[in-house]
Design a protein around this ligand. Structure first.
Ligand code: SAM
Length: 227
């Protein structure tokens, strides 16, 4: 349960400097959030591509989040710095929290702070009575719309057709999101992000090995602000 976990009362009270010491004092908060990040493959793939962008994984399992933490610590200390880069050292821009994202997203992310929100191969919760456990729902979409910047992107991908239809339908019906095609995103230069969405995570690699299908659905937080 969540009782053993402590959560920041608000994003302002969270110690971002402890997570991103090389960015301490910059006032930056994460712009990319990977929800249910598992073993961290997406974050590790994206970190070197966007060295000035802070990224945060959220993972509820204790051992898995500890593993990702240890992985980031090791990468920070063993990856040689790029002599041509003016950014803080390798992997300084990536971190992880153990958290139940379904309850506490707005405790971490300020209003309109995220440019990308990732839901990669989320748990399907097949049975109808478990659908409320799904990571996409009208209530949660209101939270996601709140923390995303106007123009920010939600990336979803799954090998479960029923879950794909569920996520797509709920996002289509929510007034603050509009569908955006893979081609449109690639034309905007987001190809490297999409490639990582398809292939970088442990679950994505497993689906690849098993020659399963991967269904992608991406949505943009619309620009007009109603608040
Ligand atoms: N995204 C990763 C990947 O593609 O390899 C992991 C996919 S795995 C099927 C789903 C992950 O979501 C698991 O690691 C699980 O522990 C995590 N998870 C499930 N519910 C969560 C929640 N409410 N908050 C945070 N993480 C959650």
């Amino acid at each position: 349960s969540d009782h053993a976990l402590s959560y920041p009362a608000s994003p302002e009270q969270f110690d971002w400097d402890a997570h991103y010491p090389a960015f301490a004092g910059s006032g930056k908060t994460p712009e990319f959030a990977d929800v249910g990040c598992g073993f961290g493959g997406l974050l590790i793939a994206l970190a070197p591509l966007f060295p000035e962008t802070l990224m945060l994984g959220m993972e509820i399992r204790v051992q898995v989040s500890q593993y990702v933490h240890d992985r980031i610590v090791a990468l920070r200390s063993t990856t040689p710095a790029d002599p041509n880069s003016t950014s803080p050292g390798p992997y300084q821009n990536v971190s992880i929290v153990r958290a139940n994202s379904m309850k506490f997203m707005p405790n971490y992310f300020p209003k309109q702070s995220l440019s990308a929100l990732f839901f990669l191969f989320p748990d399907p919760h097949f049975k109808a009575r478990k659908h409320k456990a799904r990571i996409i729902s009208p209530t949660l979409l209101a939270e996601y719309a709140y923390i995303l910047k106007p123009g920010g992107i939600i990336y979803t991908i799954t090998d479960v057709r029923d879950l794909h239809d569920w996520m797509r339908t709920h996002l289509e019906q929510f007034p603050l999101f509009e569908p955006v095609s893979e081609q449109e995103l690639r034309d905007e230069g987001k190809g490297p992000i999409l490639d990582a969405v398809y292939n970088s995570t442990e679950e994505g690699k497993k689906v690849e090995r098993n020659k399963g299908d991967k269904w992608l659905a991406c949505f943009r937080r619309i620009e007009v602000s109603r608040d």
